[in-house]
Design a binder for this molecule. Structure first.
Ligand code: ZN
Length: 255
């Protein structure tokens, strides 16, 4: 860890590094907020997941207390990003604004999500942690437990930093909601728009079964659309996530 070149870290990682964070348990978001002049409150909020109120000098960050702990940490990190990067005015951010999956488009909200992802799951700690591990939801859950992040945010981080061909996809009963692919994922292959009835994800979506399926190998055309998918094998693992959705990690396996 001491060999890290701090000059190449992202802004959020530089902040953590400068606070002496070397291990996941060192990441104290409330402490960082306080050191930046922001107080953190947890309470019921009407119509938003988190809120930043400021007079331009100090700030109060409110986080929805009914959300699960991983979600609350992401919301706090997201508002902290607004406070550090977009200071001067307040924000009321909906559940839709806050999420690691909506970090691609260029906007204030997407930038806050990227910053929040790096505060919760900094690359300089996560990449060494990932070494030698598979792309499964079991591993995403272990990553989330180690860093206090949700399984969804952890799965997205794993896939974004993976050198293998992997994708994380979210479906509901009707359709695909979003997906995030690893850098080496073939550009002409996409996850299917609708869940195949023979997948564990379908059963989880329609039978409202909670929990997580076991990882399993399946034919590629059950999950994917695009060039040569019928020749591929994928390894899949699915779980129920809040808001009646099913999260799946897929990786292209050798036949
Ligand atoms: Zn926001």
């Amino acid at each position: 860890m001491s060999t890290i070149d701090a000059s190449i870290l992202s802004p959020a990682e530089k902040l953590l590094w400068g606070c002496g964070c070397r291990l996941p348990e060192h990441i104290d978001l409330e402490g960082i907020a306080n050191s930046k002049g922001a107080l953190v409150r947890r309470r019921h909020l009407d119509g938003c997941a988190a809120r930043l109120v400021t007079d331009g000098v100090r700030a109060i960050i409110s986080v929805e207390s009914r959300d699960n702990p991983g979600r609350q940490r992401f919301s706090l990190a997201h508002e902290l990003a607004h406070w550090i990067n977009d200071a001067g005015h307040g924000f009321s951010c909906s559940a839709k604004d806050i999420g690691a999956e909506s970090a691609a488009a260029k906007s204030t909200e997407a930038n806050a999500n990227l910053f929040a992802s790096q505060l919760l799951l900094p690359d300089y700690m996560v990449v060494p942690w990932m070494a030698g591990r598979k792309m499964t939801l079991n591993v995403a859950a272990a990553l989330g437990k180690a860093f206090g992040a949700s399984v969804t945010a952890s799965a997205i981080k794993l896939v974004r930093r993976s050198s293998s061909m992997a994708i994380v996809v979210c479906h509901d009963q009707q359709r695909r909601r979003w997906y995030v692919a690893s850098p080496s994922w073939p550009f002409d292959v996409q996850p299917a728009y609708e869940l195949h009835q023979d997948t564990a994800a379908f059963e989880i979506a329609f039978k409202a079964r909670n929990g997580m399926s076991a990882p399993r190998k399946e034919l590629g055309d059950r999950w994917l659309r695009g060039k040569d998918v019928y020749r591929m094998m994928v390894e899949s693992q699915s779980m129920k996530i809040p808001d009646d959705a099913v999260l799946t990690i897929l990786s292209i396996a050798q036949r």
